[in-house]
Design a protein around this ligand. Sequence first.
Ligand code: SAH
Length: 343
Amino acid sequence: MKEPLLGKTLKELEDICLENKMPKFNAKQIASWLYKSDVNEICQMTNLSLKTREVLSERYSIGKIPHIKEMESKDATVKYLYKYDETTFVETVIIPDKARQTLCISSQGGCKMNCLFCATGKQGFQRNLTSGEIINFVASLPEKEDLSNIVFMGMGEPLDNFNEVVKAIEILTSQWGYAISPRRITLSTCGILPKLIDFIEKTECHIAISMHNPFHEERLRIMPIEKTYPIEEICNMLRNYNWYAQRRLTFEYILFERENDTYFHAKEISRLLRGLNARVNLIPYNPTPNSPFKGASQERMLQFQEELEKFHLITTIRKSKGEDILAACGLLSTKNLEENSSK
Ligand code: SAH
């Protein structure tokens, strides 16, 4: 199998040029073909000499992989399914909202974190995606030209695939790459503390932390990661950094009915976030099959928002999108895995 060029950084492309006795400046040209235009074959890279294209084509391919399935929701959210190998089905969702088109991308096939409410966790873990496979979500996206924001909120825990995710972000944000501002990229994590510190220091992307419950014992019951990296320690660490409008810190909070929606939860959230310039994003629960959880009603969301605002917390409510197309994290790919294994 030929090695894909998609997902290579400029430095890696320069090394390829060196190895293949090509001039170093070819690397920038290749990066430009890969990340700024829409070629599918190396032979289309017309500013490289014919000989160079031949040499490259012997060992490499572009590596773009089209989606195998798409589902469009009534609210114009579109979900794409990709098959990266026999057991790795991964998803992206493009969410249009006014002038914005936000792409929600995956970082792993499955996930190891096993959060109780999440469909991806239920499938177990298949493997980490390569930076090429992550970049492919953008490269093969039909709406690529209109893309404005990227969120790492699809399948997987991005900080559990740190190197490939950081490499993909380098390609997305570099001038030789997609040149997307890091202020248009948000990484969502359940909070793998040492990796989170590394990520904050290595990139300028916005950060979203999945809190879902401020109390240790209660969070532990729904998010096993709380055992190793308690949310309180995460908040204490985050206080060492400067959060401002240009670099946003958000805490995600799925509101479950009668689980995490009391006055005491609001008060504890405010204690944890004291001195942190952060906002809370209340998320409606996207029910997954056989789930014991029940999402709070819209009315309860508004009440809880008021409760948080009394503690001077800036709180937003996420609009629920694409419910009719299995848009909850991991649902479409779970469905495909099941269909595949029953064949
Ligand atoms: N592993 C990362 C990214 C996961 S998905 C993380 O934990 O943040 C992005 C967000 O969707 C997380 O906040 C996650 O907790 C949430 N989520 C997972 N399943 C959900 C569901 N069924 N309904 C609503 N939100 C869900």
